[in-house]
Design a protein around this ligand. Structure first.
Ligand code: SF4
Ligand code: SF4
Length: 243
């Protein structure tokens, strides 16, 4: 077997976020058991288009014995993997964020208290979707920003009271939305609005870590120093960590 260039994943570093999967036009990468892996050595062309996508620096190119890249087989694999129109928005079933769970009968980590739940909305700005908010919006100027994962308010009943109060809200999903566009928008917001702080409210599933990665990368691109707090919510409603 010839020695050639081929990608290598560092299992220690890989958190299974899946950001590298769509970057591979050959369909060579899949998340299997929570880690990025090559579906087949013959699908990897060794050019490393996925390298720049990994927020964990988990992908490198190595020289090792491997069968030659088979473009025809890779394209046939990509075509076979195309979702049917009906399943267009489905996500890979190997991804933890798509795993079905049934909470029926198990107490929530944060019970919805009737009195607290009826408190007034703490939302002070609109729109909230990151795509729709212009960088020059006055409510972003020197604000304490809350960048929330789309799923967070549904998992945490007291979202308004505990996280939103006193902050300008932006919401996004790093798994299903256009992350390149988000990186550009966040960089513009940081450069133009110079927020006082950014709190990232993400879910525990690995793919949601892309939200924090986007913020940190945008801050570096903007060339500014902005304090960032990352709060991770469990899918049953509790706060798992705050760093
Ligand atoms: S992008 Fe995510 S899934 Fe892919 S190798 Fe890096 S950490 Fe692992
Ligand atoms: S917001 Fe986070 S948890 Fe929800 S689908 Fe997107 S990446 Fe997954």
């Amino acid at each position: 077997m010839p020695v050639r260039k081929i990608v290598k994943f560092d299992e220690e570093k890989c958190d299974g976020c899946g950001l590298c999967v769509p970057s591979c036009a050959e369909g060579a990468i899949q998340i299997i058991d929570g880690k990025a892996r090559l579906v087949s050595d013959t699908f990897c062309d060794g050019l490393g288009a996925c390298l720049g996508e990994c927020p964990m620096d988990a992908i490198t190119i190595e020289d090792r014995e491997a069968p030659e890249f088979d473009e025809a087989a890779a394209m046939a694999h990509v075509a076979a993997e195309q979702p049917s129109p009906k399943a267009h928005h489905s996500v890979p079933h190997s991804c933890p964020s798509a795993r079905l769970r049934d909470f029926e009968g198990t107490p929530s980590a944060q019970p919805a208290d009737t009195e607290r739940s009826r408190q007034a909305s703490a939302l002070t700005s609109w729109p909230v979707q990151l795509t729709l908010v212009p960088p020059h919006a006055p409510f972003l100027k020197n604000a304490n920003l809350l960048l929330s994962a789309d799923c967070a308010p549904f998992a945490y009943p007291d979202f308004h009271q505990d996280f939103l109060k006193g902050k300008s809200l932006l919401i996004a999903c790093p798994k299903l939305d256009d992350t390149e566009a988000y990186l550009h928008k966040l960089t513009q917001i940081i450069q133009q609005a110079r927020p006082a702080s950014i709190t990232v409210l993400r879910m525990e599933v690995p793919c949601c870590g892309g939200l924090t990665w986007l913020v940190r990368k945008a801050i570096v691109k903007a060339g500014l120093q902005i304090p960032v707090e990352e709060i991770t919510l469990g899918i049953q409603g509790g706060v798992l960590s705050s760093v």
